[in-house]
Design a protein around this ligand. Structure first.
Ligand SMILES: N[C@@H](CCC(=O)N[C@@H](CS)C(=O)NCC(=O)O)C(=O)O
Length: 226
């Protein structure tokens, strides 16, 4: 095939470039790598794969093993999805959108898809603000989280609420990957395990809590935890 021929295997040349830092292992089924905890970005990707009916290898990394692996990851973080014959894919939203597109869990309409992706970014914005408080000492953490309770978190929930267009899920009767992401974000706080943030923080946001509850009660989600 001549260079520039549309039939050229662009995937192959892309994989060759990745091979500089990533040596693909022989694999015959998708592999999702994340930390050994049923939370956050990794768990929402596991749930998406499970709901999509994908038979995947669920690789769980112990914290102690992570420093030695970090540089091997595309962006030095997890989750990472590996598909047979492809370079590893990082960033939870990219992973979720790919799974969603391939398995009917993300809108086919491009504008509606972008609207879902906007909400998925809104969840990432929340994580970017709250996650740094995890590593703070007690006094600093208390002050930072009390400030979040007074300002950022209610504002975040208000913006989420105003953009949820359907019921019980983000866009109506059907669950999409955005719902998994919203569920995981809300679940983080309402379990009452985040010090200095009341478990009731999102109580006044009916649609947001509705998405959380509808995902929790979804048969496919229940079967993942069964
Ligand atoms: N934008 C990335 C963020 C990934 C990220 O920060 N992952 C965390 C775990 S949720 C991580 O790998 N932390 C360990 C580290 O950064 O060394 C995504 O959406 O996946």
């Amino acid at each position: 095939m001549p260079e520039g021929d549309p039939r050229i295997d662009r995937g192959r040349s892309q994989r060759a470039r990745f091979a500089v830092w990533y040596a693909p292992a022989a694999m015959n089924k998708p592999k999702l790598t994340y930390f050994d905890a049923p939370v956050s970005r990794g768990e929402e990707c596991r749930l998406a794969l499970h709901l999509a009916g994908v038979d995947f290898e669920d690789v769980r990394i112990a914290s102690a093993a992570w420093p030695a692996m970090k540089e091997q990851m595309p962006y030095g973080a997890l989750p990472v999805l590996e598909l047979p014959g492809q370079p590893p894919l990082a960033h939870s939203n990219a992973i979720l959108v790919l799974i969603g597109r391939r398995h009917g869990l993300h809108p086919a309409d491009d504008f509606e898809a972008a609207r879902h992706e906007g909400m998925m970014q809104h969840v990432e914005d929340l994580r970017a603000v709250v996650s740094p408080t995890i590593r703070m000492g007690d006094a600093e953490k208390k002050a930072a989280r009390e400030a979040l309770v007074a300002g950022f978190l209610p504002a975040w929930a208000r913006y989420a609420e105003r953009n949820i267009s359907g019921q019980p899920f983000f866009a109506g009767a059907k669950l999409h990957v955005v719902d998994l992401k919203l569920h995981m974000a809300v679940r983080w706080f309402i379990g009452g395990k985040v010090d200095h943030i009341p478990a009731t923080i999102f109580d006044g946001y009916r649609k947001l809590m509705g998405v959380h509850d509808a995902v929790r009660d979804h048969a496919g989600v229940k079967s993942w935890y069964a």
